[in-house]
Design a protein around this ligand. Structure first.
Ligand code: AMP
Ligand code: MN
Ligand code: MN
Ligand code: MN
Length: 289
């Protein structure tokens, strides 16, 4: 009943082929279980189509499950990701908000392809499409896979160093959801909004402070402290920020693929003990086997 208090291996951030991961939701559930995850959430970008499959597969394996998504947000002219956890997956306003958020991806992908063509990389749209599992969710990751597969780059990190990011070929500015909209969709669907992988944003300290302040003002309650790309120093920094802003702390690998992700499902350090885990506040939202 109150086992969530002592759950330490929660992994509340991961992607399936319903967005830009490579595994089916069922395969992810099995991998999470095999890796010792005790509470799991699938958090596909801007999309809930994998939720019922992930939950059903997890429960069959005896793995407690929280609903999840990762909403793309534009804040201060940059992309910020907001993870939503423990919401009602049938909530209409949330579903409509995510639908509108992913709506521009097709046209954006065509523009990305045109931009890559200008530096001699032809038919990147068609190439990226080969990796797409959900036609509404073509992402930069699918272009990255194509650029590796076709020999333009050696690996995915090289793609994001040379292409697809601000100032580089293939980058197309895009207007995602507003921060307040994303937080409200999640919260009004009964969930908790969490700032995803905060160390990844190129913000100045002032901008970062503004992000946390506005996120709180909109009703956001959590921050990822332990996540795949956080260093030990990042964990300390965002543990301090969680305490300063009275935010619940989350933990998630951001796993996308067995061959691309350096952090496997559940293979993360523990949350620092001085923090309140977000799953403590979500106990009545957990789907139990
Ligand atoms: P999009 O939502 O289409 O803008 O694509 C964003 C996705 O690209 C992220 O969710 C990551 O999966 C991937 N991505 C972005 N930057 C990097 C990076 N530097 N290295 C690897 N993957 C990245
Ligand atoms: Mn991704
Ligand atoms: Mn993200
Ligand atoms: Mn993610």
């Amino acid at each position: 009943m109150s086992t969530q208090h002592i759950c330490s291996n929660a992994d509340l951030h991961s992607h399936s082929c319903v967005s830009d991961g490579t595994l089916e939701p069922e395969a992810l559930a099995a991998r999470a279980k095999a890796n010792g995850v005790e509470l799991w959430a699938l958090t596909d970008h801007d999309e809930l189509a994998g939720q019922a499959r992930a939950r059903d597969a997890a429960l069959k394996l005896g793995l407690p499950y929280l609903t999840g998504t990762e909403v793309s947000v534009t804040f201060a002219g940059r992309v910020v990701h907001t993870v939503g956890l423990g919401f009602d997956m049938h909530n209409e306003a949330l579903r409509e908000g995510l639908h509108s958020t992913r709506g521009g991806r097709g046209a954006r992908a065509q523009q990305m392809s045109a931009s890559l063509a200008q530096v001699g990389i032809k038919d990147a749209y068609e190439g990226a499409l080969k990796y797409v599992g959900n036609p509404e969710l073509i992402s930069r990751t699918h272009f990255a896979r194509h650029l590796v597969e076709s020999g333009v780059c050696n690996d995915i990190p090289e793609v994001f160093r040379r292409f697809l990011t601000e100032g580089k070929p293939g980058f197309v500015p895009h207007r995602w959801a507003g921060l307040g909209d994303a937080v409200r969709w999640i919260t009004q669907a009964g969930g908790i909004a969490v700032i995803a992988h905060p160390a990844r944003y190129p913000f100045t300290p002032t901008e970062e402070y503004a992000l946390f302040t506005e996120f709180k003002a909109h009703g956001g309650l959590g921050v990822e402290v332990v996540t795949g790309n956080h260093s030990a120093a990042d964990v300390v920094k965002y543990a301090d920020m969680a305490l300063e802003f009275s935010l619940l702390a989350s933990r998630g690998s951001d796993f996308h693929s067995p061959t691309e992700s350096h952090t496997d499902l559940g293979a993360l350090p523990d949350l620092p003990g001085r923090l309140t885990p977000v799953w403590q506040a979500l106990q009545d939202r957990v789907h139990h086997p």
